[in-house]
Design a protein around this ligand. Structure first.
Ligand SMILES: [Zn+2]
Length: 374
């Protein structure tokens, strides 16, 4: 899962436009978090927009609730927003006339992966079910070069084995695109029947389906590495040291061995199975890379599911963001009204849809294609 920092997220349409404009001109690695802050001098208070249209009541109610929680509803989600976005953001070479075939994610197969994963039960680090899932993942990667980053993590609940699993699909171009998602489930809820269908299940499954998309094909572009991260969840209470065990270890390892500087983009997925899919614009992600994601979504006609709200998210991308790797977290933190299912035993299969997996999987594949051309 991931964590929304409790701080005020100020939205200003002009600021967002400026940000996208800057992004379109290609901000470089390491320029990230600073540019995501509201400019100095702007009033640091949440504001509500005047809403119109059929979903206005729900949006207004959401905004009120979120404002109370010091999280601002960032952008009005209305039918005309996508047109505005596409006409101002998309360079001519990346518009909807692009003849390249669109990705064909097998959504029913992806959904079956979620069912299989959930059937293992709770999958917190150190558990037998976690071990079974490790075997399940690697058994679906036969014929693919797989690397492990396995170590023992020191946590407030003692020592745990942690294992990041990396499947490598080599390309012709120098550089790596990492697509990641965590497979462990919440540790404190381990005895509540919590199965993390969305939080842990959906990210595990979409990566398995992406492996099917990439397997056996010659990649005319960057190498793509699929990364099942482990120990994402806190064992006691979310903090800088109790969370992100796997990615903190891996980012450091890749910095030491020189891998990190080859990574052109780190794309993270988390909680992407919600039938009511609303991918956040994460203020901790890299603006130009989010812009590429939005271009990909727009080309596929999925833009209404993306970036309707701007919030800062703490998730597995942070260790990479902090080391200057361009990163984008695709996460939906509006899981049920006001995120009510998140980290509860209600995070179950019936809340998910194959279509949401298809949307995110396709946008990821399209994002990779656009990055290959850049
Ligand atoms: Zn979680």
């Amino acid at each position: 899962m991931s964590y929304v920092a409790v701080r005020i997220a100020v939205h200003d349409p002009a600021t967002a436009a400026e940000r996208r404009q800057n992004a379109a001109h290609g901000a470089s690695r390491g320029s990230v978090p600073g540019t995501m802050q509201a400019p100095k001098g702007r009033k640091q208070t949440p504001h509500l927009q005047i809403l119109a249209g059929p979903c206005a009541a729900r949006m207004l109610a959401t905004c009120l609730v979120l404002s109370f929680a010091w999280i601002t509803c960032a952008r009005q989600k209305s039918p005309d927003t996508p047109q505005t976005v596409s006409s101002t953001l998309l360079p001519a070479t990346m518009n909807s006339d692009d003849p390249a075939p669109k990705p064909s994610i097998n959504s029913s197969r992806a959904m079956q992966y979620v069912r299989d994963v959930v059937a293992f039960g709770p999958r917190p680090i150190g558990s037998p079910n976690h071990k079974k899932l490790e075997t399940y993942i690697t058994s679906h990667l036969k014929g693919v070069p797989v690397e492990d980053d396995a170590f023992i993590a020191e946590t407030p609940e003692g020592k745990f084995p942690v294992r990041n699993i990396i499947a490598k699909f080599p390309g012709t171009r120098d550089g790596i695109i990492v697509i990641a998602g965590h497979y462990d489930t919440n540790y404190p809820l381990r005895n509540t029947g919590y199965v993390g269908a969305n939080d842990g299940g959906s990210s595990t499954a979409i990566l398995l389906e992406l492996a099917n998309q990439l397997r056996g094909k010659k990649r005319d572009g960057y190498s793509v590495w699929l990364l099942w991260t482990d120990g994402e969840e806190a064992v006691k209470q979310w903090s800088a040291t109790d969370s992100l065990y796997g990615t903190r270890h891996l980012a450091e390892k890749w910095q030491k061995d020189g891998t990190l500087k080859k990574i052109k983009a780190f794309l993270l997925t988390d909680m992407i199975g919600d039938a009511d899919l609303n991918i956040e614009q994460d203020m901790n992600s890299t603006p130009w890379l989010e812009n590429v994601v939005l271009q990909a979504a727009t080309r596929l006609g999925y833009q209404s599911h993306f970036f309707g709200r701007s919030i800062p998210v703490e998730d597995d991308h942070l260790p990479f963001v902090h080391m200057g790797v361009p990163s984008a977290d695709l996460i939906d933190l509006d899981y049920g009204y006001n995120n009510v299912f998140h980290h509860t035993p209600q995070d179950t299969l019936d809340k998910l849809s194959p279509q949401s997996l298809e949307i995110v999987g396709s946008v990821l594949m399209e994002t990779v294609r656009l990055l290959d051309k850049m």
